[in-house]
Ligand binder design. Sequence first.
Ligand SMILES: Nc1nc2c(ncn2[C@@H]2O[C@H](COP(=O)(O)OP(=O)(O)OP(=O)(O)OP(=O)(O)OC[C@H]3O[C@@H](n4cnc5c(=O)[nH]c(N)nc54)[C@H](O)[C@@H]3O)[C@@H](O)[C@H]2O)c(=O)[nH]1
Length: 169
Amino acid sequence: MLSKGASIHGYHKKRPILWKMTLRACGFIVFRRLLNRVPPPDNIEYLLLQTSYGEHHWTPPKGHVDPGEDDLTTALRETKEEAGLGVEHFRVIDDFVHKLHYKVRGKPKEVLYWLAELRDPGTAVTLSEEHQDYRWARLEDACTLAQYKDLQDTLRAAQRHLEALQDKQ
Ligand SMILES: Nc1nc2c(ncn2[C@@H]2O[C@H](COP(=O)(O)OP(=O)(O)OP(=O)(O)OP(=O)(O)OC[C@H]3O[C@@H](n4cnc5c(=O)[nH]c(N)nc54)[C@H](O)[C@@H]3O)[C@@H](O)[C@H]2O)c(=O)[nH]1
């Protein structure tokens, strides 16, 4: 589907020498626009998944980069595995990729999120065993579920990006 090293919308990998010491995960902030109900931007809902393990925390679909795997390929694979959504279901939004840095059990972790719009807002989400629940949530509800400030900031940045694109239309 995507060749190794493929990039999207001007995003290029820049990995420091010590990147191998860092856990790395990639995913998509998937959103949908509700039709004929509320005016924009309140018609935007973000997809969050709740883990079936650990603290049962909520994040967008994402997962660890396999050895030799390209970041974007990871994001697409994990979104398909964890939510049942593939490139046929969404379109990737230009010029948005956000990187989070946090620690997991004392090890640094980097997470890259792209942004993608579900083409048909009625498309079903299919969970894997890794997750026990999912929600489509407006920005403030999504931030409440997300709970981590860095992820909340990323969701807010996504919303600003979408609003700016809308203003240009
Ligand atoms: N039984 C069990 N199994 C686990 C556990 N843990 C993993 N497995 C296994 O791993 C597989 C998943 O593999 P992938 O899908 O490839 O990877 P990821 O999607 O990357 O998933 P992870 O869950 O590993 O990684 P995070 O979501 O990053 O959570 C790690 C910690 O970081 C914090 N945290 C989370 N998000 C944010 C944030 O945005 N901002 C900030 N600041 N902090 C954040 C939070 O404290 C959290 O506890 C599962 O199938 C399990 O087999 C566990 O505790 N118990």
